[in-house]
Design a protein around this ligand. Sequence first.
Ligand SMILES: C[S@@+](CC[C@H](N)C(=O)[O-])C[C@H]1O[C@@H](n2cnc3c(N)ncnc32)[C@H](O)[C@@H]1O
Length: 284
Amino acid sequence: MFAECVSALNEAGIPNSTKEVELVFSDVLKLQIPQVYLHFQDALEQEDSERITGIIAERKKRIPLAYLLSKVEFYNVELRINRGVFVPRPETELLVENTISILKDINDLAAGKILELGTGSGAIACALAKDGAAEEIIATDISGEAITNATQNAELNGVEDRISFYQGHWFEPLRDLGIEGEVSIVVSNPPYIRRDDIPGLTPEVKDYDPQIALDGGPDGLKCIREIMSEAPVFLKSGGCLILEIGYDQRHELENLFEGNKHYDDIEFVKDYNGYDRICIFKRV
Ligand SMILES: C[S@@+](CC[C@H](N)C(=O)[O-])C[C@H]1O[C@@H](n2cnc3c(N)ncnc32)[C@H](O)[C@@H]1O
């Protein structure tokens, strides 16, 4: 049955089909992935086999696996994923990794606050909290569904005491907290896709990720500009704004940096494919 499921997903044009079938078997049979391979030829209970068949049929319609299993693993946490909330991507783990290493580098600031903007499922905030990266994490999202899901995930991972979630437009809900100039790091994986590029994305993304999580406006930079212009109000001197960006946006980010006197340094970090995917601005 395992091999049939892999072929069915392959025929539907789904990449990494073996990995996905491993995750389905592991979830339904409640086995670790290595154990799946020890037992995958055993006769399955009818109930399990029906559940697997049902998930594969849904997946063939290109519904993301994270929604079908209602969960995903991310960095050091397991997250519940509700429909209507952006599914965290493996590449965003690089953003977490870099945020942790920058906090270590500027360890005189490490006791400070981190702001995460556009938290979605709470993936980044929960991973940072679980790592013990900062004393206090404050996260916002404009979507109420995202804030509900992120709050659940903080509880599931036992980090609810370390993160405060607020619903609203980027920094807007933080205005009454009196934390201007006190933040060590502002981190965000904002919407950065050019609006006209969205129809060309895979069905999993264009049909299931919330539009508001993808749409970076006509040039893809609308949210990045908004965040860049307000982050200096909240950042300490020497603090950093760390953004995930599109693989081809480096040059545009350099232009935005040239025009902004509040930052005195810009750096990029490449992903494993050699693309600049993380942009780090240092507050003057
Ligand atoms: C690309 S998703 C990232 C989600 C999550 N941080 C992650 O990496 O998996 C962008 C998130 O930004 C949120 N968002 C979009 N516009 C926003 C705004 N104006 N203010 C706050 N959040 C916003 C979306 O709801 C979405 O959850």
